[in-house]
Design a protein around this ligand. Structure first.
Ligand SMILES: [Zn+2]
Length: 349
């Protein structure tokens, strides 16, 4: 059993050299029709509602955890960028490849990215995003966006274009700056633990702040599009463990264990709302019941699983202290996390 797991892990890392650039020439395959539907809705200006920048950052951090995840995240962006180019190319033809950059930039604006500036030259393209989340995590986080720009440019130029995020608002810069480049995106190891810590501290500050939370701004469709990479079955187990870990870290940061039940419920509701983990309905009867409801776009089982893992982490220690046990239940389309009495473990009061 153990040997099998080890082999699966090893396989997930190996990408044969001969396949390395195959994705550039092949038609995008996975999730294609779903992806196209999401892209179409953003391009048409019909994108729905809004997701907080913190929620987008949470998924982005999880997708940037290891060098191989980062490489996958960049490649996912490339596939989406190519599909986007295909959508625009049906409506108009670009005489010069840099003409398309205007459409690409409008797309990011429609997706909720706010102010964007750009320079398009025959040999170099620079795109600056000024309204991304300003939060110092010590690492550049917008690999998916870099990939999207690279995919779009590659499709419009008909030759390989790489894009690097040279400055990032998650790495003490004023804006995120993307440049076309000849070399591949850097996928080296980052101090992920430090980035997680800084993120959790900021989320905690937002949740505990008395005033109303920040206005959501990212389109639901874009959020769904960028997070599809988390569903890759080579990494899903790890991603779920990371969601659980981050929930636990946030619980410690918030000091959930020492809160009164009412304040704890309120804090859980606010955290779930800020991080777009569904809508939490909490029933405070004899048991502590949390029912999570998901919008249609996020009702895929895997996203619900990630939310449940996160909540599980968030409540685990609080439950331990009261002799309760966290149980996660999925019944039809309702997902619930329930704290219930469990038999005390020997030696633990
Ligand atoms: Zn950035």
């Amino acid at each position: 059993m153990r040997r099998k797991a080890k082999r699966a892990r090893r396989n997930s890392r190996a990408i044969p050299a001969k396949h390395r650039y195959a994705w550039l020439y092949a038609q995008p395959e996975s999730h294609t029709s779903y992806e196209t539907a999401l892209l179409k809705s953003i391009v048409a200006g019909h994108a729905s509602g809004g997701v907080s920048k913190h929620a987008l950052m949470l998924y982005s951090l999880m997708a940037n955890t290891t060098p191989s995840m980062r490489a996958l995240n960049y490649r996912h962006g490339i596939a989406v960028g190519r599909s986007l180019h295909q959508l625009y190319a049906q409506k108009r033809s670009y005489a010069l490849y840099e003409e398309g950059v205007d459409d690409l930039v409008s797309f990011f604006e429609l997706a909720g990215y706010g102010r964007i500036t750009y320079h398009a030259f025959p040999n170099m393209i620079r795109i600056g995003m000024h309204d991304t989340l300003h939060l110092d995590l010590g690492m550049n986080t917008h690999l998916f966006e870099a990939g999207m720009i690279a995919g779009f440019l590659t499709a419009s130029k008909g030759q390989l274009m790489q894009v690097t995020e040279r400055a990032c608002s998650s790495n003490s810069a004023d804006s995120c700056e993307f440049y076309s480049s000849s070399s591949a995106q850097d996928t080296s190891e980052f101090a992920v633990k430090g980035a997680f810590d800084a993120f959790v501290e900021d989320v905690s500050r937002h949740v505990l702040r008395a005033e109303k939370q920040n206005n959501p701004s990212i389109a639901n469709e874009y959020y769904a599009l960028s997070s599809l990479v988390l569903l890759d079955n080579r990494y899903f187990h790890e991603i779920r463990a990371i969601a659980d870990y981050l929930g636990g870290r946030l619980a410690t940061e918030l000091g959930i264990e020492s809160m009164t039940p009412r304040r704890m419920f309120n804090t859980v509701e606010k955290s779930v709302e800020l991080l777009n983990m569904g809508i939490a309905k909490i029933k405070t009867s004899s048991k502590f019941d949390i029912t999570l409801q998901f919008s249609t776009l996020h009702s895929r089982k895997e996203f619900a699983d990630l939310s449940i893992a996160f909540l599980h982490g968030l409540l685990r220690n609080a439950a331990k202290d009261t002799g309760m046990k966290v149980k996660c239940l999925i019944h039809r389309n309702t997902y619930s996390v329930r704290l219930s009495k469990s038999k005390p473990i020997k030696g633990v009061r």
